[in-house]
Write a protein that binds this ligand. Sequence first.
Ligand code: NDP
Length: 246
Amino acid sequence: MSGQLAGRVALVTGASRGIGYHLAKQLAAEGAHVIAVARTVGGLEELDDEIKAAGGAATLVPLDLTDMAGIDRLGGAIHERWGKLDVLVINAGALGTLSPIGHIEAKTFDRTMAINVNSAWRLIRSVDPLLRLSDAGRAVLLSSGAAHSCKAYWGLYAATKAALEALGRSWAAETQNLPLRVNSVNPGGTRTAMRALAMPGEDPETLPKPADVAARIVPLALPSMTETGRLFDVRQNRFLTYHAPD
Ligand code: NDP
């Protein structure tokens, strides 16, 4: 397929539904071979059907991202088959629970950290050498406004997204002299299953569709992206500046 990602390989986690599904579909439409990761095989197969119908190609990887050894194996398999990776989208995420910090069950805390943070680090560790082999490696990390608003009862989710952004910024600093570009994204409220879980009283019709949100994120994965170590705000359609002490 022709397009701005023709001949490139893109890994998208959480590709079975929501924002990740549409990101995977749109990256494939730009010509990328998409490696689609999630647990729900039905969602991945639906994605595969849509990508194929549009003339694209995907490899489905049914994987629970709390399986850290599985993430290591995935990196090895990508190395064997393609010898590089061009795009990494860390999109899979879990809300955990909205609850006072003192009431969060240890099991819920550990699992949410494992999905949102530990798996992200493990995946970065696994594919960082492959992204460095690309002439235009791009990493996109799906964060949330919660990382900065730190509202009451959102502590667990907020902490995971703040940790994710910190990983991304440090990684960007380590790689700033390479072609690799690493950025976080705040998609803003989006019409997905996670948002419905977080805001059950909200009318989904008032929210942007995941396909439209994904379309604003795609440029971060393209070879033309020059920014690194920054936070892209989808609603404002611009990068925000981090203010950090030295
Ligand atoms: P959804 O709940 O719709 O989708 C989440 C995706 O993550 C699914 O594909 C799910 O796949 C995957 N996933 C969850 N747990 C695991 C796991 N253990 N192993 C593998 N895959 C997993 O979420 P959204 O599309 O709404 O969110 C996408 C990202 O955007 C998330 O990181 C979220 O935090 C962030 N975000 C979303 C906002 C919104 O309003 N929707 C706002 C701000 C940030 P499966 O269940 O098949 O494994």
